[in-house]
Design a protein around this ligand. Sequence first.
Ligand code: BES
Ligand code: ZN
Length: 632
Amino acid sequence: MTFQARGRAVLLSLLLCGAALPALAQTPPVPAILATPEARDIHSYAQPLVARVTHVDLDLTADFANRKMTGTAALDIAAASDAKAVVLDTKGLIIHGVTDAKGTALPYILGKADPILGAPLTITLNGAGRIVVSYDSAPDGAALQWLTPAQTAGKKSPYLFSQGEAILNRTWIPTQDSPGIRQTWTARIVAPAGLKAVMSAEMLTPDGEPVAGGGRAYRFKMDKPVASYLIAIAIGDLTFTPLGKRTGVYTEPSVMKKTANELVDVEKMVEAAEGLYGPYAWGRYDLLVLPPSFPFGGMENPRLTFATPTIIAGDRSLVSLVAHELAHSWSGNLVNNATWSDFWLNEGFTDYFENRIMERLYGKPRADMLADLGWSDLQAAIKDAGGLTGADTRLHLDLTGRDPDDGMTDIAYQKGATFLRTIEKAVGRPAWDAYLKAYFARHAFQSQTTAGFVADLRQNLIKGDTKLEAAIGIDRWVYEVGLPNNAVHIQSAAFPAVDALAAVYAKGGGAPLARWKAWSTPERTRFIASLPRALPVERLATLDKAFGLSAQGNSEIRFVWLELAVANRYAPATPSLEAFLTDQGRRKFVAPLFKDLMAQGDWGQPIAKRLYAKTRPLYHAVTRQTVDGIVK
Ligand code: BES
Ligand code: ZN
């Protein structure tokens, strides 16, 4: 691919220390995993074996009027003794200058920008161990979304939030934006008067400090090394409510009451997680519930999970998302994917772990329902990837020349989790749990490759047992396409009855209202999803009326209903669809619905185009980028 040729060969040979790159001694030493060939990150310009960022110190002002972050990033560099330069990742940044710690200017070159990777910033070190980059972010930088007051719950103050994963943080922080290069960090952030800044770190000044010239400065510290995609910020009219002794939630004042009420079990979740895989390593566990344009369900920013308000259903039925983001505190934040090809190490482990937390807290029947819905998601993801021979059905992804985002499908989550369940079944839960707990401890605060995990698994669990090795088929699971036939499918004991009622309804039977009322959210979701995709208008209308589907406040049920409605060109649901696509911007809901509309020819395409013209400006860049590829 062109960006690799350009980024690596040219810059390296011209500006660094030659083509062969032995890991020359650095202080602190280069983490062993980074020296393995599998850890080479094609989505970063960084050359960590030559010079590596070990600490980031941000001093930034959030300029809402001009929609930019402006200030400095001071970086500590560990460099090989003959290293001449350090290479950083940037995308759209305006660089004003680079100095050493004493303020002496350092030469730098901002290379040509690649549409996916951005531009390498190559800085001549002249022996410096600390460099200071002065810069502005661009108003359209993809990580940051600057919201108008109208896009918030309170409607009075503007709001800013960031989303770093996968390679978006380079649009507001000039550092080595590679998940294998862990960095500690600190920050001082100046926010406008009346707004509060929060970050994924220890909050040193909860109320901020006055700043000459207006606004307040907030200081933060993350003293554990983390991947750069985990640095996150939000600024807005925020308030805090404690949930337990080390847990709490930040959100806007007008939605705090219902938000805190939804999240009462968070402290218990942390305890359940610790009971499974060892002590929580990050101190506090808080959540930030964002405005509805947050593009994901949740994001596992350390110490401060970011979450969509669409999980606030009113009945605590969607809290498995919290279990998921919390689980990442082990599988993702403690031990994270070294490259984006290893994404399944984050999400497959976390999906598995999420389900174990749900089982512990709410029992096996509920956990089984969620796992069984996951199995359906896996079947859909395989279909989307082109069937069992599709290249992207592999756990270890080939992302050559692609945006990492393109490979991030439910395969990583659901095939990954299914793989771990398959190992669990082969060795038994006690042995598997003991292994996982020890695995997290062994690799704590380190990045991991697929090859590294597989080697660890062989060394510490399989231990040369050839029968066990063959029964699992590790290499086939991680490196090959499709789904091995030893895959463990967890089946909910409750679903056959739900499916049967859906079949009866499809054939003209009555809407099972009493059952519907008694059902949990997964059962309701299953009922709608298990109806045939083609239904007569009368069947849709009766269902809509009986269950109040178009007016559903539960986002998961509303979503599966709208998918069914669009598949049938059921016009009475269009106002509900329009409201849903306007009121929230979670990509998991928005992208499939636009796709469904575009698949409905001259009925759906005009609706999609009309709606997207209106909703596009409301969405975060992550959602926009995906939907831009759908609505053309
Ligand atoms: N880390 C992911 C979100 C993510 C994935 C960001 C890929 C950027 C690229 C997060 O933990 C996640 O998986 N969120 C899910 C929720 C979960 C319950 C499956 C989501 O947003 O839907
Ligand atoms: Zn996740």
